[in-house]
Design a protein around this ligand. Structure first.
Ligand code: URA
Length: 468
């Protein structure tokens, strides 16, 4: 007879490995409601502390996939399907640009199941839902229909697709149980296996604001993700180890990040006055290049990255994004009039505050972990399961690491509800997350540092985008 308390105790005291049947039963009973949230939370914390074996992780992932349906792609002349997933970052809006960018090449599809905000990191789904009407809860048949019609879709987990991840994800978010290689593996790979793509690209982050602070841990996570995917029939999977120390873009928050993505998708000319984030562009085009090369392995990786960069810069991916927004029910004026959307749509009690430099100097650091938690406090994330986020809350940076600032310059604008009780504390905490010093700041190191595949990890050189 199965006893959930004995099951939790087995992990808590590392008495032995769980059997496949025990993991299956625990998860099934959780989904049926006889195992309670508090019991699951206790087990998740025990896993955070003591881990799971590779076999247990594979079984957990399989059970999470089998908790719902898997996509069944039907046509024989089907396009190549490739997806990407990030382990989570701050100001990491890559997926919102990447999916339409890759789909804009035609005969390649991106069936993406993404998540909501998780701990201090933002979630693609919360961001896209800041567009009025944008739906992310399509069932299997609708998901496939939109993906085949448009070439990409960004949906989330729910009653029919990975319900186990939907429930566990929401619980992990608010119980401090995100930081665990087997739990991250189960969460990410169950979604990706259920999509049944031909291949997968992973962005495994390391640094102060990543769930794997050190490169060694990120490498272990990469191997766990790849091996678990393979054990469940998903391959090939390749990926990158990428740095997550500073906010990746110019904005943090749900709508604010979508706005930044739209500005990127509009493209730019060499003499443009719009300053885009170098880190964001590099992440997008290197991962898009990898996805294109999965589809066509005879073409060089460098040429795929260059092709992706030129397509992004030309603005040609914007119409694919608009098609996706329209197919998912979103208000298209959010895209066509993105600069006025917030003013037109946000409630009147949304206020902003300009945080200014208190000295001259150079920006040496903006601590992304602090930025992420401050965004949550402003209302962009959750501290209780099932609550809604404030789509307008967040911040827009006026400088990045390496920039010179003068006393009185605006460093960042914060957006939140006028009634937010801890607003003043957020302003001060955000100021303290900046390091401004007299000496010139060193150039930020490369953002993508290593390539990973089942054969191991190698250092990588980024493809130069200079002069393109
Ligand atoms: N992304 C996910 O989908 N799950 C995690 O646990 C972390 C990042």
């Amino acid at each position: 007879m199965f006893n959930p308390v004995e099951f939790i105790r087995t992990r808590r005291f590392q008495l032995r490995e769980h059997t496949d049947e025990e993991i299956e039963t625990f998860l099934q009973q959780y989904l049926q409601g006889s195992v309670k949230d508090y019991q699951m939370a206790a087990w998740l914390m025990a896993v955070c502390c003591h881990g799971l074996s590779a076999q247990e992780t594979t079984t957990l992932t399989r059970c999470m996939v089998e908790s719902g349906e898997q996509l069944q792609w039907w046509s024989s002349s089907e396009a190549y399907r490739v997806d990407k997933h990030s382990t989570g970052g701050v100001s990491d809006s890559v997926s919102i640009v990447l999916a339409p960018l890759v789909a804009s090449f035609g005969n390649i599809q991106v069936p993406m199941m993404a998540g909501r905000g998780l701990a201090h990191t933002g979630g693609t789904i919360d961001k896209l839902e800041s567009i009025e009407g944008f739906r992310t809860d399509f069932n299997v048949a609708e998901f496939q229909q939109i993906c085949q019609q448009v070439g990409c879709i960004i949906n989330t987990t729910g009653p029919t697709l990975c319900p186990a991840d939907a429930k566990l994800y929401a619980l992990r978010d608010v119980t401090g149980t995100v930081w665990s290689i087997p739990l991250i593996t189960g969460s990410i790979m169950s979604k990706k296996i259920a999509e049944r793509p031909h291949s997968l690209v992973l962005d495994i982050k390391y640094g102060v604001a990543a769930f794997s602070p050190s490169r060694e841990e990120a490498q272990q996570l990469a191997m766990s993700l790849i091996a678990t995917g393979e054990a469940n029939g998903l391959c090939p999977t390749t990926g990158f180890l990428t740095r997550m120390d500073h906010p990746l873009g110019w904005a943090t928050g749900n709508w604010l990040e979508v706005w930044e993505c739209i500005r990127l998708l509009q493209g730019w000319k060499d003499n443009t006055t719009v300053r885009h984030s170098r880190a964001l562009i590099e992440l997008i085009v290197h991962q898009a290049g990898e996805m294109l090369q999965h589809q066509n392995p005879t073409v060089s990786y460098e040429s795929c990255v260059v092709k992706a960069y030129q397509q992004l810069k030309s603005g040609q991916a914007l119409s694919k994004f608009m098609e996706m927004v329209q197919a998912q029910g979103g208000d298209i004026t959010a895209i066509t009039d993105c600069d006025t959307y917030m003013k037109r749509t946000a409630p009147v009690d949304t206020v902003s505050f300009a945080l200014r430099a208190r000295r001259d100097g150079y920006v040496h650091d903006i601590n992304a972990l602090e930025v992420g938690w401050i965004a949550v406090a402003l209302g962009a994330g959750r501290t209780q399961a099932g609550t809604s986020v404030d789509p307008w809350a967040g911040m827009r940076f006026h400088c990045q690491v390496g920039d010179a600032v003068r006393e009185g310059d605006v460093l960042v604008e914060l957006y939140h509800k006028s009634t937010l009780p801890q607003a003043e504390a957020c302003y001060e905490r955000l100021y303290q997350s900046f390091t401004i010093a007299s000496e010139v700041a060193p150039l930020p190191p490369p953002i993508l540092t290593h390539r990973v595949s089942k054969d191991g990890t190698t250092e990588m050189e980024m493809v130069s985008l200079e002069g393109l």
